[in-house]
Design a protein around this ligand. Structure first.
Ligand SMILES: [Cu+2]
Length: 561
């Protein structure tokens, strides 16, 4: 059902575009011979007028003109050659124009429009080149490889919501390249280069075009309103003629979210991240648990291209999930190895102990026993509390404790544990930035589930349709609230900080999102209604593009089979 609706909507603009193209093409300037189109020129009609209003072309000849009319008005362009071209409101239309060596003026015929900026002129940079000899033409081409140049290679881009892949591309030398845009998304996208060349592809379709890449490289965006801001940006760089790599080396893939506004540059050579297993471990057997927890200070890839020196409990961020039952005794043997640079400690929110007893710091080389009794059920945080605690948490020292009621939790089909937290990036391979973490209005570079940005987009959590899914959720912070939501589902069970919404309650109330302030936890349960994808997010949506996105995949992920 969803798919059908989406397909139909996707087709509407496609059909309109076809109609527009056909109509304009039929009225193209008369020519007995097929005249080659030298280049596509893109112009925008905005409330402030046409832009660019005085585009320059390299040489006289036939050009394809595409005008993106972003205004709610029609415009009737008339060119000095007599050729007329109508722009419908909020539509993109194309035509072909012949630009003579002396240039070509144009204006909008409608009353008042010329005065409002709907006028301009195409100018020709090199009027001499047409009349000159073949040699000088060749020389001109070499100096500024442009519209007449041969195609050096094909550059392939994928578009999706909301990004390009690759976002960074290196080519060996400047010149003309063919561009193939494969739109994997469910929305229309385009790739619009800084020189105005625009290649547009409907959902699920592929479009091609050509672009001239100058020696200084060329940036590109998707010009669909809002898409650039949502992260659909990228750049082609030119390595020079001695490029050791192939023409299409992808440097990064940012998963399409808004580019994190980080002041730290991505490292294309950063190690791949290690996925964190989101399956919730079973409750430990027995009633007394001796657990060794060893601090490890190490490097970790926290998002593609970003490596930080993190501090961990047990070598991972978050630390291991510790799952027990009410009445159990937990004996944590905290060890800070001699290899550590700083003292550390641990604070279990599931315990009732004096702060200056169990939670004191131990130096490198020391060990400490932290014994506590699980008296209350819930999803609890543990973390390092050594000063500055903000930095020890921001550096990765936190984890989840699950305390089940004495009789245990009801059986479900799948259980996952998800810890939301923030990364405030320091320099590559260095500690996270305490200064950024300590800002009064925290602006994390990444907000993540289980330590790594977007990891469950790459590795969706698999469930079966109709299966009962339980998620233990903890917001480790250190400072930002979470609004945990799974798109396309309703939580019929929520146990948040001791308060329970139960399935089958009188009135049949349900929950859409669970609000978790830092250091709050919840158990949520839901089922998936059909095969498909069910994104997990914090519904504080500015962070979804900063890593707080994952997927549950029900069945094969396809609602249609
Ligand atoms: Cu610590």
């Amino acid at each position: 059902m969803f798919h059908l609706r989406r397909s139909r909507w996707a087709l509407v603009p496609a059909i309109l575009l076809l109609l527009a193209t056909a109509a304009c093409g039929a009225k193209a300037p008369a020519a007995t011979l097929v005249t080659p189109v030298l280049e596509t020129l893109v112009m925008f009609a905005r409330d402030t007028g046409l832009t660019p209003a005085t585009p320059q072309v390299a040489q006289p000849g036939r050009y394809r003109l595409t005008v993106v009319n972003e205004t709610a008005d029609s415009h009737q362009l008339i060119f000095a050659s007599g050729w007329k071209f109508t722009l419908a409101p909020n539509k993109t239309t194309s035509t072909e124009i012949d630009i003579p060596a002396e240039g070509l003026k144009f204006l909008c015929e409608l009353a008042g429009h010329t005065e409002a900026g709907f006028a301009g002129e195409f100018t020709v940079a090199d009027t001499a080149s047409v009349a000159t000899s073949r040699d000088s033409q060749t020389a001109a081409d070499e100096a500024a490889p442009s519209s007449a140049g041969q195609v050096l290679d094909t550059l392939e881009f994928h578009s999706f919501e909301m990004g390009f892949k690759p976002t960074q591309l290196e080519v060996a030398k400047p010149g003309r390249y063919a561009v193939k845009l494969i739109n994997d998304g469910a929305l229309m996208h385009d790739i619009t280069f800084a020189d105005g060349v625009k290649i547009e592809a409907q959902a699920g379709e592929t479009a091609t075009g050509e672009v001239d890449i100058p020696a200084g490289g060329l940036e590109f965006i998707c010009s669909v309103p809002g898409h650039e801001q949502a992260g659909m940006v990228g750049a082609i760089t030119v390595t020079g003629s001695d490029a050791s790599t192939a023409g299409d080396t992808a440097a990064t893939d940012d998963h399409g979210g808004p580019a994190p506004t980080t002041d730290v540059a991505a490292d294309a050579n950063a190690a791949a991240y290690v996925p964190f297993d989101a399956a919730a471990s079973a409750a430990l057997d027995g009633t007394v648990h001796d657990i060794d927890l060893v601090v490890e200070e190490k490097e970790m890839t926290v998002a593609e291209g970003f490596v930080q020196k993190v501090w961990t409990f047990g070598g991972t961020v978050p630390g291991p999930v510790i799952r027990v039952k009410v009445g159990d005794t937990v004996r944590i043997h905290l060890k800070n190895p001699t290899s550590s640079a700083v003292p550390h400690s641990i604070d279990f929110h599931s315990s009732q102990v004096a702060w200056n007893d169990e939670m004191t710091s131990i130096n490198p080389g020391e060990e400490k026993l932290y014994e506590w009794k699980a008296e209350y059920a819930g999803v609890w945080m543990y973390h390092c509390g050594t000063a500055p605690a903000l930095h020890h948490i921001a550096n990765g020292m936190y984890g989840m404790v699950i305390v089940e009621p004495r009789e245990g939790l009801p059986e479900v089909d799948k259980e996952f544990a998800l810890v939301q937290s923030e990364w405030y990036l320091g320099p590559q391979k260095d500690l996270t930035s305490l200064e950024k973490a300590a800002a009064a209005a925290p602006a994390p570079d990444y907000v993540v589930f289980n330590g790594v940005a977007n990891q469950y987009v790459d590795h969706p959590l698999e469930v079966a349709t109709g299966e009962r899914v339980r998620v233990f959720v903890l917001n480790a912070g250190p400072s930002v609230d979470s609004s945990f939501h799974v798109v396309g589902t309703i939580f019929d069970t929520v146990i948040k900080e001791g308060i329970a919404l139960t399935r089958g309650n009188a009135g049949n109330y349900g929950a859409q999102a669970v609000d978790l302030a830092p250091a709050q936890g919840a158990i949520v349960e839901f089922t998936t209604a059909e095969d498909g994808l069910y994104p997990m997010v914090t519904h504080a949506f500015n962070f979804v593009g900063r890593g707080a996105l994952g997927l549950f995949k029900a069945g094969d992920g396809d609602p249609l089979n």
